[in-house]
Design a protein around this ligand. Structure first.
Ligand SMILES: NC(=O)c1ccc[n+]([C@@H]2O[C@H](COP(=O)([O-])OP(=O)(O)OC[C@H]3O[C@@H](n4cnc5c(N)ncnc54)[C@H](OP(=O)(O)O)[C@@H]3O)[C@@H](O)[C@H]2O)c1
Length: 439
């Protein structure tokens, strides 16, 4: 070990991910030395509460509540931000980069909102800003796009990017429980946070999709460009109708680039059983990338958790040790939201629509409302209703989503859901598939 050099890192945060980083650096120390010639040592870790019980053995002197002692220490050359949130993390990352330290972060929200600015600071300072852990945990999708698909033109990215939602939908499908029951289970198992909005309302997947799209496509877009819908409105009756149609419901993040336009959406979608993403269950994530030379590539793995996320962080540490200078990248145009959004496309899309009337008699004018709201090119097919006739499900093919909104408004229903439909449009079936007893 005579030629082994020491490199010091500073951790901003020593929670789930930070502890995983410390554990995996220790467990794989020899391997990392063999790969890089460096022994990586954690010099200091910023925390909020010095008295807190830690899941990792670390000398109490390494813990600090003073961020400056990490950010200005000349011995620390890599800062790993695993504290989460926007501030003070953003200010700390700016300071670390400006002080000439490489920064590795797992913070998707911060990157989706401030990634542009931070990348520019890193470039001006000649240091690296890496964020493999911010998207899909252990799946090395960021490096794949940045380093191995540079001669390809990526045309689309499609994936399941939020493990919590995927777990909830898997349980709703398999155990026939409600959204609230599946969420409570996920919280008990530690898969969902006490405040789960970011996961179940699609924000977390939107942040990740935005990060991937900005790497893959030649234009830069903002998080506001993502059409976003979560899974909170999905009811057991939708799961049952989807089953009848031979489909499963998944929260799908999709990005595509065509004719200079980026389209970004996060939405629950009915997928046919043959879709490669239909079998991705529980907390697993999957990403499918379509590129012009290589064709379709799919990656599957654990999207979160202590060790999968730590794996992504330590791979970034090794990347910095091997390549401390910034690799050349093509300049990007600033993209705008104009024309962005799968729901605003003027091309025919298939939708699953479920409406729930307050009483049976309210449904009497449905045919008239259909005629008033849709045009002759649109296709409308009732695919099921509940025995009490309060709830009906349709497949609708239209080039204007606003017509569906108009139809729903006319019906005055109590509740409804509209989701993209990725199965076969059952055009030859004019009768309802089956009547369900689930209300
Ligand atoms: N957990 C995952 O599976 C996962 C997966 C991918 C990405 N990420 C991302 O990784 C980041 C960290 O997640 P996590 O699950 O490890 O979080 P966590 O368990 O809540 O840990 C956060 C750590 O940061 C410290 N911290 C928070 N705010 C602080 C402040 N203002 N000043 C000083 N210290 C502060 C906390 O200190 P105390 O320990 O003293 O409270 C704790 O050690 C987040 O951006 C998250 O989105 C997490």
């Amino acid at each position: 070990m005579a030629n082994v050099k020491q490199i010091y890192i500073g951790l901003l945060g020593l929670g789930t991910v930070g502890s995983g980083v410390v554990k995996s650096l220790l467990a794989n120390e020899d391997h990392i030395i063999a790969q890089t010639g460096f022994q990586v040592r954690v010099k200091r870790a910023l925390v909020q509460n010095l008295q807190k019980q830690r899941s990792v053995r670390i000398d109490q002197d390494f813990l600090t509540t003073d961020a400056i002692s990490v950010l200005v220490d000349p011995e620390i050359s890599i800062v790993v931000e695993v504290m989460g949130g926007i501030e003070p993390a953003l200010g700390y990352i700016r300071s670390a980069l400006q002080a000439g330290k490489h920064v590795i972060t797992a913070n998707k929200e911060l990157l989706a909102k401030h990634g542009d600015e931070l990348a520019l600071i890193a470039k001006n300072a000649g240091v690296r800003l890496l964020y493999e852990a911010s998207v899909a945990g252990g799946i090395p999708i960021v490096r794949m796009l940045q380093a191995y698909l540079t001669a390809n033109r990526v045309t689309s990215i499609r994936g399941i990017l939020n493990g919590t939602s995927n777990y909830i939908l898997t349980r709703m499908q398999g155990a026939e429980v409600t959204f609230a029951q599946a969420l409570a289970e996920a919280q008990q198992l530690g898969y969902a946070e006490a405040a789960p909005q970011s996961d179940v309302e699609g924000y977390d997947a939107a942040y990740k999709l935005s990060i991937l799209a900005n790497m893959a496509f030649p234009v830069q877009t903002e998080i506001a460009c993502v059409d976003r819908m979560g899974i909170t409105e999905i009811e057991p009756v939708d799961i049952a109708f989807a089953k009848q149609l031979g489909c499963v419901i998944k929260l799908i993040a999709e990005a595509s680039y065509k004719g200079g336009q980026v389209r970004l959406s996060v939405s629950p979608k009915l997928l046919s059983q043959s879709d490669s993403l239909a079998t991705i269950s529980d907390v697993f994530n999957a990403v499918t990338v379509e590129a012009d030379v290589v064709g379709e590539l799919t990656f599957i793995g654990r999207g979160a958790g202590e060790m999968p996320t730590a794996s992504a962080v330590i791979e970034d540490i090794v990347e910095v040790l091997r390549t401390p200078t910034i690799p050349a990248t093509a300049p990007k145009q600033k993209g705008t939201c104009a024309g962005v959004g799968v729901f605003h496309l003027r091309e025919v899309q298939n939708y699953y629509v479920r409406i729930h009337f307050a009483k049976k008699e309210d449904a009497i004018h449905v045919s008239a409302w259909e005629t008033a709201a849709f045009c002759s090119e649109d296709r409308i097919l009732e695919v099921g209703r509940t025995k009490d006739e309060y709830t009906r499900a349709y497949l609708i093919a239209t080039d204007d989503r606003k017509r569906i909104d108009k139809f729903i408004q006319m019906t005055g229903v109590l509740s409804w859901i509209v989701m993209p439909y990725g199965g076969d449009f059952v055009v030859h079936c004019s009768e309802p598939l089956t009547e369900l007893s689930t209300g």
